[in-house]
Design a protein around this ligand. Structure first.
Ligand SMILES: [Ca+2]
Ligand SMILES: [Ca+2]
Length: 104
């Protein structure tokens, strides 16, 4: 995603279950500073997500703070833990969001 102008916009990180399951899956997530720094560059977020047995995806929404400074791209880390009825790994292991600087 590109950073955009000063102000807040949200980015959605998709979490995908690999393989069929007929059980409800829950997991906790939390953001951490990689290159981006909260709360300047984004709003840190944490919570628990439940994916019903009939669904295979969930979304984590994170608020990004744009600016007009020329700077390196910023990276937000997202970790997933305490999963029940699923193993964290592969596509739904720790993820990241890159905020691409669009100022010069
Ligand atoms: Ca920035
Ligand atoms: Ca910028």
């Amino acid at each position: 995603m590109t950073e955009g102008v000063p102000g807040t916009k949200s980015v959605t990180l998709k979490v995908q279950l690999v393989g069929p399951t007929n059980r409800t899956v829950t997991f906790a997530y939390s953001t951490f500073d990689a290159i981006a720094v909260a709360p300047t560059d984004y709003a840190s977020a944490a919570g628990t997500i439940t994916i019903p047995a009939v669904a295979t995806t969930a979304s984590i929404v994170i608020a990004i703070n744009g600016d007009s400074a020329n700077e390196p791209d910023e990276v937000i880390g997202v970790s997933v833990h305490n999963a029940t009825n699923a193993t964290v790994g592969g596509f739904y292991g720790p993820g990241s969001i890159t905020i691409v600087n669009d100022d010069s």
